[in-house]
Design a protein around this ligand. Structure first.
Ligand SMILES: CC(C)(COP(=O)(O)OP(=O)(O)OC[C@H]1O[C@@H](n2cnc3c(N)ncnc32)[C@H](O)[C@@H]1OP(=O)(O)O)[C@@H](O)C(=O)NCCC(=O)NCCS
Length: 187
């Protein structure tokens, strides 16, 4: 049987037309802080807002560096800036989940569609996944927009799934199956 983590290790640096996807390091702290300290981003993700750069450095060490395989910083080729991150979380030999975030200054330029498309390609063509899924708050039309653009289909709603403050929010689940990926010729 193929080893998923060996494949992820071999593919810890990926490239698309406009982007490099590569591991996150402590040197990325200022760029990650810009994302993690923005309330407009935080309202859609599960982690707490970064209060200062030290918070960000802790988060990089604990989230991105402790288990780095499948976790990528998104670098814009044209200015070498880290503008976002994307994670491929391995759930089983056949199933993986995608999660992502992008600096608000770079929204709506197709960046996450390009990054997520590459991760989907890796998932099906190299890791031989059967199912790739993602979840987002039902209100997050930007994120569901990315999911639809990479060919995913909405399959249901997880009611009261995410607690933020004193509220429980619904999350929608989107997925793409290997046969659909092949047939739609998405890459
Ligand atoms: C979700 C997010 C990563 C989208 O990244 P992005 O690079 O701006 O998305 P794209 O430019 O690839 O957009 C893809 C599609 O999504 C939809 N979309 C994106 N932003 C949108 C917005 N603000 N309003 C409505 N639709 C939007 C559009 O259909 C868009 O395609 P189009 O521009 O051709 O019409 C970004 O908005 C973000 O980081 N948000 C905060 C954190 C977050 O929500 N993370 C995901 C948690 S599940």
């Amino acid at each position: 049987m193929q080893d998923i983590y060996l494949l992820l290790a071999e593919n810890n640096r990926l490239e698309t037309e406009h982007l490099i996807l590569r591991p996150v390091t402590l040197a990325d702290a200022p760029d990650i802080y810009e994302i993690g300290s923005n309330p407009n981003i935080i309202k859609y993700v599960s982690y707490a807002i970064h209060q200062d750069l030290e918070d960000t450095r802790r988060s990089i060490a604990n989230h991105f560096m402790r288990h780095p395989l499948g976790k990528y910083g998104i670098i814009l080729k044209k200015n070498q800036r880290l503008v976002g991150t994307i994670d491929l979380m391995i759930k089983s030999q056949n199933v993986a989940e995608i999660g992502y975030q992008l600096n608000e200054k770079f929204h709506r330029q197709g960046i996450m569609t390009e990054a997520a498309g590459k991760i989907v390609q890796l998932s099906f063509e190299k890791l031989k996944m059967k199912r790739v899924f993602a979840t987002c708050l039902t209100s997050n039309i930007a994120s569901s927009g990315v999911m639809k653009k990479i060919g995913m289909t909405q399959e249901g709603t997880l009611r009261g799934q995410l607690k933020k403050g004193n509220y429980f929010y619904d999350m929608d689940v989107y997925s793409l199956l290997s046969d659909e990926y092949k047939n739609k010729n998405i890459s």
